[in-house]
Design a protein around this ligand. Structure first.
Ligand code: ATP
Ligand code: MG
Length: 171
């Protein structure tokens, strides 16, 4: 069966949550899943939760978990590039039905790797693998390549009233 390329972008809440919701559904259907996270350091609750499904869902984080600086720290760049190489090998192998690249759009917009590098990984995917890429500011070239693009549009967000990310709800 052909696998499609999804992009979840926009400023509203729900991009990572939507990707993780799809992972839950895929796991329920007995599919094999690989979840990668860029920028984040692997301590997010969604990653801790997915570790409970370790028979079917593999997880890997490729960030430092620190605030992104401009220019980005060398450690952040090397972690992201290592992650991209790992996802490429997972996608080429085709052993997973669903692969998630959470915050990969953020990695591009912060210059951790280029859009060309990301597109080349998308092109390397096995035909049958479904690929989900999330993050604000999806590059136009990625939107052009994707089969499904959803923009989470912010209508209201408590972040603007000073509510920082909460454990179990945002992180
Ligand atoms: P979720 O993980 O809840 O599905 P998301 O993936 O759509 O959300 P991200 O852009 O990945 O959202 O991360 C948003 C996080 O960044 C929030 O936890 C919030 O605390 C913080 N944040 C920073 N700036 C903003 C902003 N302008 N609007 C909303 N959240 C913001
Ligand atoms: Mg997110």
């Amino acid at each position: 069966m052909k696998g499609f390329v999804h992009v979840y972008t926009g400023n509203g809440k729900g991009k990572t949550s939507a990707a993780m919701g799809l992972v839950l559904r895929a796991a329920g259907a007995g599919l094999s899943v690989f979840v990668s996270q860029f920028v984040k350091d692997g301590r997010s609750s969604e990653i801790l939760g997915l570790k409970r499904f370790s028979g079917q869902v593999q997880v890997a984080a490729f960030g430092t978990g620190r605030f992104l600086t401009s220019p980005p720290a060398p450690a952040e760049i090397s972690a992201a590039r290592r992650g991209l190489a790992r996802v490429r090998s997972v996608l080429e192998a085709g052993a997973h039905d669903l692969v998630v690249m959470d915050e990969a759009c953020v990695a591009v917009s912060w210059g951790l790797f280029s859009i060309e590098d990301l597109l080349s990984v998308v092109e390397a995917k096995a035909v049958s693998t479904e690929l989900v890429i999330t993050g604000r500011d999806a590059p136009v070239q990625l939107i052009a390549r994707a089969d499904l693009v959803t923009e989470m549009r912010e209508i209201k967000h408590y972040f603007h009233s000073g509510v920082a990310a909460r454990r179990g709800i945002e992180q």
